[in-house]
Write a protein that binds this ligand. Structure first.
Ligand code: C5P
Length: 411
């Protein structure tokens, strides 16, 4: 996805600087070429040698070094790239950028560049929340500088709160999105399931659940925003059809499965629907009557097909990347991890749907992403933000993957 993109990586001073080294590797895995600038503060945390060894290039450190300026002037350094990323970005460097200062190589390059700039801040929670830092962030954002993170959690200083460097995969995804503003999923096909299913008891009654479809619809919208050709197979929801998406409306799990199979091939499928596990074996052909004095009817249930597991077991027609959700009310990570195995999908997004979580029908969601490498817990995000983050991750995974012949990919 980042093939031949030239990333100028500025590493400023902060304990999280070591993560910039991992980022270099990950950028190179994506085909990017990385050139490094180390600030004086950054050099307290990682060595120029480590950065040079990984980038395979000289590390630029000095604005007033005759050798460095004669080899490559700071203006050329600022322009000979597709994107400038600052990882980690300190409060001090943000303040210098906001003020337009140019007292060292990093600040000068940031002032002289005409390329997109991405900042991944990392600092103490009080520093991040300080009105000065927040004013600088707002000003920089207004000028078009983009931010990834910071996340919340335990900080190196021992305090807890906002200020953690964003996770490397998220920085990578943000770089990819910014360096390839065109639509990275163009020419790829996505299938998304959303909403509940409705299993009839008789022509007027049904079994259903609280799923609002907000998360699935948001994912379909986000994938389309990145250029994918999306089919959204949805159960009954009170949401408008997202623009530019083929929407297939179904009621039951069996109809949902049939619609999904019809929508294949797909490069990615995200099963976000809350599919009813059981249906009534023999729904009444007419409304079941309440007869005074008679015992209430007993509903015999049979298992519904598992759409996610069915797609996973398709062999040649299996979507290239298959993602499920695990809506749980307890032990979310444990159940999500087990579910990834039993269903045979690639990623599973565990989320808490207990009554006090407010997930079902609400606007926020806390995700635990389980893949073959482990578990990653995302902060509480809006469902739109979850969709955005997931879509970017999907883009990164799909575009990095070699095309599989005969699959949905139609470039
Ligand atoms: O087993 P459980 O319902 O918790 O699994 C959740 C995941 O499996 C979700 O991704 C959901 O969309 C999918 N699923 C499905 N078909 C079913 C049941 C669940 O696709 N019958």
């Amino acid at each position: 996805m980042l093939k031949d993109k030239r990333i100028l990586l500025i590493v400023a001073g902060g304990i999280a600087a070591y993560k910039a080294l991992e980022l270099v590797r990950r950028l190179q895995d994506q085909g990017a070429r990385v050139r490094g600038i180390l600030t004086a503060g950054g050099a307290n945390f990682i060595t120029p040698l480590a950065l040079a060894a990984l980038t395979g290039d000289k590390v630029h450190e000095n604005l007033f070094s005759l050798t460095e300026e004669s080899e490559m002037g700071h203006i050329r350094l600022a322009r000979d790239c597709d994107l400038v990323a600052v990882v980690p970005a300190t409060a001090h460097l943000m303040a210098k950028m906001a003020a337009g200062m140019a007292d060292d190589l990093a600040a000068t390059v940031l002032l002289a560049t005409d390329k997109p700039i991405l900042l991944a801040p990392a600092m103490n929670v009080v520093m991040w929340n300080h009105p000065a830092t927040q004013a600088n962030r707002a000003l920089l954002e207004k000028r078009g500088v983009r931010f990834v993170g910071p996340g919340a959690g335990d900080l190196a200083c021992g305090e807890v709160g906002s200020g953690r460097l964003a996770e490397v995969p998220d920085i990578l995804a943000a770089i990819a999105a910014l360096a390839t503003p065109d639509q990275p999923l163009q020419g790829l096909r996505a299938l998304v399931t959303s909403g509940p299913t409705r299993e009839p008891i008789d022509p007027v009654r049904f079994i259903a659940n609280h799923s609002s479809g907000k998360q699935g619809h948001a994912i379909a919208h986000a994938l389309a925003g990145l250029g994918a050709e999306v089919t959204l197979v949805t159960g009954p929801v009170g949401l408008a059809d997202p623009d530019g998406i083929r929407v297939v409306k179904v009621e039951t799990a069996q109809q949902m499965l049939a619609a999904c199979l019809k929508a294949l091939p797909a490069d990615v499928a995200v099963c976000a629907a809350a599919v009813a596990d059981w249906r009534v074996k023999k729904p009444g052909a007419q409304k079941i009557k309440k007869v005074k004095g008679a015992a209430p009817p007993v509903l015999e249930l049979v298992a519904n097909p598992d759409i996610l597991a069915t797609l996973a077991a398709l062999g040649a027609d299996r979507p290239g990347l298959l993602i499920g959700f695990a809506a749980e009310t307890e032990d979310v990570v444990k159940h999500a991890t087990a579910k990834r195995q039993t269903k045979g999908c690639d990623w599973i997004l565990g989320n808490d749907v207990g009554p006090e979580s407010g997930t079902f029908g609400g606007d926020a969601n806390t995700i635990h992403l389980v893949d073959s490498s482990g578990v990653e817990t995302w902060p509480a995000l809006s469902k739109d933000e979850v969709a955005d983050r997931l879509a970017k991750r999907i883009a990164l995974a799909l575009v990095a993957r070699p095309p599989r012949p005969g699959k949905g990919k139609r470039r």
